[in-house]
Structures are given as C-alpha cells and as structure tokens.
Ligand binder design. Sequence first.
Ligand code: RIB
Length: 303
Amino acid sequence: MYSDIKAAVMGSINMDIILSAEKLPDIGENVLGSEYSYACGGKGANQAIGLSRLGARTRMIGKVADDVNGNRLISNLSENKVDISGVSKKGSSTGLAAILIDGKGRNRIIVYESANAEIVPEEAASFITDELDMLLVQFETKEEVVIKCVNTAKEKGLITVVDCGPAKNFCLEKMQGITIITPNENETEALTGIFPEDEETALKASEILFGRSKPKFVVLKLGARGCSVFDGENIHFLPSYPTEVRDTTAAGDSFTAALALEYKRSGSILKACDFANRAGSIAVSRVGAENSMPTAREIISFI
Ligand code: RIB
C-alpha cells in the first residue's frame, strides 16, 4: 500500500526505561512499581519504525553513541527494515528516556538528550536527498537542526511533516510553508498559549499556528477526542476510535507516521486524519513505544 513511498525521519533515538505504578509519586514520595521494561524508543526512531511497519521505504537520520544502548537501537532499526545510513555512532552517549506510567495509562517522561543534541545540521541535511518523497521531524533534537533539515526538504520539493513533541515554544517562523504541522494538546498550548479544550479554542490555536508557519494544514492531535484539521479557512473535527487505554506513549508518533503516509498516498487530508486516528487508538491499547506501532493491515481492519 505504501511501498512506493520513500520517507526520511530526522529525530531522536532513545533507550526507554518504562516503569509502571498505580499512582505516580508526588515530590518526596516513594511508591512501589508494578512492572518495568527497557524498550527502543525516541520520537524520531518511533516514527521511522511506524513508517516502515506501514510499508514505506524509510531512512533514519540521527545520532547515537557506540555503546550498548546505541548498538541495540541501531540493530533494532535495521531489524525493522529502516535504512540506518543516516545514523551516526559518534555521539558522546546514547539518548535515554525514563517513562513513568500510571494505572490509567498516562505517562510522564524525562529525556536525557545526549547524542540527539549533538547532531550537526549540515551532516543531517546531507541525507535529505532528491529521490525522497517526504521528511518527518520532531522537536527532540536541536532547533537549528530541525530548521535546516525542513528547509532543505522544502527546497527539494518534499512533503514536510512537523510533529511538535516534546512541548516547547519552537521558532516556527523559520520554517515557512511546511506541509503539515501536527502538535498535541500540550504542544499546542506551548506554541500558542491556548489549550485546545473545545472547538472554539482549537480554531483559535490553529489560526495562530497557521499564521506563524503558513503550513498547508494544521492538524491538532486532541487525545481521546480525535483530531482537527485546519487549512487556513475551515476547520474539521474527526473523532477518535474508542479503545482500552493501556499506555499513551508514542500514540502521537504512530498518528504522525500514519497521517504522513496516507496523505501522500491519497492526497486527502481528511482520509489521512481518519487513518491516523485509527493508528493512534491502536497505539494506546498497547504498552511501549515502537511496540505500539501498527501495520497498515491492522489499521484498515480496526473499527
Ligand atoms: O514519543 C514517545 C517517546 O518520547 C519515547 O519513546 C521516549 O523516548 C521519548 O522520546
């Protein structure tokens, strides 16, 4: 379905330590956990694996260290058929994320950037080549690297998809004319000062994002409410697919990968948003980051 599409992702690659507890500790509090695991993650790597699992030919651009975690993460990308020619092993240490999950599947994440913060803009941009169809980026690497890569991709005529995680007030003005910008609720608030709690605030926030970066589409990820899409004139709301929430980690990554591919395939942003809503619902029903990424067949048959 997506095997003709050639995608690149520039972004973070992390080893995730996942710890679950019914209730997460308050400051100074010590609680007993119910389970823990190590898993391959990082917003960039999750999205690359998401794209690859959906069938796209995918290149990862990023940095790890030549250490145990870095080597494990690179092997994992390869095992998932991701082209790792754009991943440098010259970082000082590999990125790490501590993910705490409560009894309702909600998470809190601390990321130690490390190698992800050492990516050199020109080096990363050199892997964004003419034969690619699209570039996906997130905000878990340095701002100047994201800007350089997005503008390089735009010059080459690629579709550019900007996932705005983690929440920060990024300089969107330096990336004019991207194809899709897609923040979640907290990221929207960090970028616009408005939490999209209802249709009116979602529209206001979308207008601000549109004004700041002049994208083709602003797609807000609205959690259990689904998503909205704004094209500069009209806003549409698309509901999510109800499911049992086990872990929300990487649901946004899964959404972004599905959104990008279905937009490229169908040319319809509404079809792409519906497809992405399905992918996000499947991801929250599974524990882990990249483990949550569905295949195209799973998304199509998901109701
Ligand atoms: O989006 C989920 C990801 O955020 C995790 O895999 C973790 O590494 C953090 O980067």
